[in-house]
Design a protein around this ligand. Structure first.
Ligand code: NA7
Length: 541
């Protein structure tokens, strides 16, 4: 079954497996599937490797996970040769890294770039997926793996008049591959998530004026970035095995561990714990602190008040502080961005915040943006408005499965996939970082995605060993998984907060938890438990 020949009767190339996406997941999959002896075609919409790091080229784009945990682990050579230069890598360095890994492991020869999938259809008789791309390329394979990333499909506000705007406008995740000169310009920025905050802190001192259109203020935690030095590299190079073990055993794929028991601490003890975490910087303050910080109650209240206080100490102007410090939701309800100059940037006279809940965005005009009856003249508009997360890029592939079932219809009332991997009615379609997988919401993506990929590879291998051709989720397996994921929300602050985790950032999208709160250790147990139990919740034929 390693035939890559073109068939005389159609123009499709045949492979053993088709993978969509050439980011962390797609490249790892390609490497491992090749090791298994399968012929693989990777289809990638972008012009090169990197996934999210290929697309998100906006000013100040930087990884919020520390570079020494946010990486590939499969190649000892890569681990030994590559040198990260900062604690948190910049987007250009992430791209360099991807190019380096792809070349080192000779990955590009199996990847078709600029190949956006426009249709994927399961042929029941032939038990193969038929995949088409925008440029008319077709290929087929029995195995179809979606590795499109959970933050891929841009979310753009439905506000009229953009076509009339005379200036430039960009979504951060579709930033042009050229320098965009913001120097001295009047820039309007919509969105204050992790991305918007990076744009604000990196461009405030360059632009003439920065008008931030903020729908929901965000809690921020100090990044405390720094350059890495010889001692750091020496340590990393001598401790890769130990570090990998820590990362692989960390509930959120970091080099730290979340604890329980904060409710047993006195207020003073809790304050000390929070201060120590704050001084370290990084997301450890959040997903490396306490389980109780995610649950309604005293501990979350204390975290919320602590971060508000820290933000208040840094924002001098009381009016800006009032707008920028959240009061409508609790800490942990949304993904917590890391700040690296954001709070200082807010103190600048050329940075203005427009609270668009009080002054709603009405329209784009020829000159700029009208909000709350005021027109803000602008040269450039930047949309940092996030993504149709998790489901958007999967559905953009127009997937139809058994009996012509369309995934879009199946997911209309809420995305569902058993073990966050397979949807009932879509045989041999495996999803990495699909609905309710441990994902970018909490987890260090490469580590969590690699867990899931290892399991997917095991499923594919088992089919071959057992002489079977298809695997798919059962309806009951899928329903039980959805119920389990819903249950995990109980008592948490996420349940009451609007965020991309809940699908509530996109108008009309069903509200359902799209990530896996219990963490990847429990996720891994569920995956391997099902496999050991004769692939419970799946049908294999
Ligand atoms: P996010 O975190 O989804 O943030 C998007 C921001 O854009 C957020 O402030 C939104 O406000 C705002 N937004 C979204 N839609 C609108 C409309 N229609 N009008 C005004 N403002 C809007 O995306 P990011 O790109 O910042 O980060 C995504 C992930 O990347 C992040 O979680 C990390 O994992 C890395 P809202 O809060 O929804 O009211």
């Amino acid at each position: 079954m390693t035939d890559t020949e073109k068939q005389p009767d159609d123009h499709s190339e045949k492979f053993d497996a088709i993978v969509v996406g050439a980011g962390f997941s797609g490249l790892y999959l390609l490497h491992r599937l090749r090791e298994m002896g399968l012929s693989v075609r990777v289809l990638e919409a972008g012009g090169s490797v990197g996934g999210t790091w290929y697309w998100n080229r906006y000013p100040g784009a930087r990884c919020d996970s520390a570079s020494h945990v946010y990486q590939f682990w499969f190649s000892k050579d890569v681990l030994e040769e590559w040198r990260w230069t900062e604690r948190f890598s910049t987007q250009p360095q992430m791209l360099e890294y991807f190019e380096y890994v792809a070349d080192k492991c000779d990955l590009k020869r199996d990847i078709r770039f600029n190949a956006q999938v426009t249709q994927a259809r399961f042929d029941e008789q032939g038990e193969r997926w038929h995949i088409e791309t925008r440029d008319g390329y077709c290929c087929t394979a029995p195995i179809f793996v979606s590795a499109v990333g959970s933050l891929t499909e841009p979310n753009v506000p439905d506000v009229p008049g953009l076509e009339t705007f005379a200036g430039e406008h960009y979504h951060t995740s579709r930033w042009p591959h050229r320098d965009v000169d913001l120097a001295g310009k009047r820039v309007g920025l919509i969105g204050t998530g992790a991305t918007g905050i990076q744009v604000i802190q990196s461009s405030a001192s360059t632009v003439g004026e920065l008008v931030v259109f903020q729908r929901t203020p965000n809690y921020v935690v100090s990044m405390r970035n720094r350059e890495l030095e010889q001692d750091d590299w020496d340590w990393l190079h001598n401790n890769h095995a130990e570090l990998e073990e820590r990362v692989m055993n960390s509930p959120y794929g970091m080099d730290y561990f979340i604890r329980e028991g904060a409710d047993q601490l006195s207020d003073e003890e809790l304050e000390q714990e929070m201060e120590a975490l704050w001084q370290k910087g990084s997301m450890e303050f959040w997903n490396g602190s306490f389980v109780e910080a995610f649950q309604n109650g005293r501990v979350n209240d204390k975290f919320t008040e602590f971060v508000r206080r820290k933000m208040r100490e840094k924002i001098h102007d009381p009016e800006k502080a009032f707008k920028a410090i959240p009061s409508d939701h609790s800490f942990s309800g949304k993904r917590v961005p890391l700040e690296n100059g954001y709070l200082d940037a807010l103190n600048r006279d050329n940075v203005k915040i427009v609270d668009i809940k009080a002054e709603p965005l009405e329209r784009f005009t020829q000159k700029g943006i009208e909000a709350g009856g005021t027109e803000y003249p602008l040269d450039v508009i930047i949309f940092a408005t996030g993504f149709d997360a998790v489901t958007g890029a999967v559905l953009a592939m127009n997937i139809s499965g058994r009996d012509g079932r369309r995934l879009e219809d199946e997911w209309r009332d809420g995305a569902a996939a058993h073990l966050a991997t397979m949807s009932a009615g879509f045989p041999n379609l495996f999803m990495v970082s699909g609905p309710s997988a441990p994902s970018a919401a909490f987890c260090n993506v490469p580590a969590c995605a690699f867990d899931q990929i290892d399991w997917i590879l095991h499923c594919i291998k088992s089919l071959r060993i057992d002489g079977l051709s298809t695997m798919e989720a059962t309806e009951s397996g899928q329903e039980a998984w959805v119920a389990h994921v819903e249950e995990s929300l109980t008592g948490t602050v996420l349940a009451d907060t609007n965020s991309w985790y809940m699908g509530s950032n996109v108008p009309g999208k069903a509200r359902r938890l799209l990530t896996y709160l219990p963490g990847r250790l429990q996720f891994r147990e569920k995956l391997w438990g099902a496999a050991e139990n004769d692939f419970e919740g799946f049908d294999r034929h």
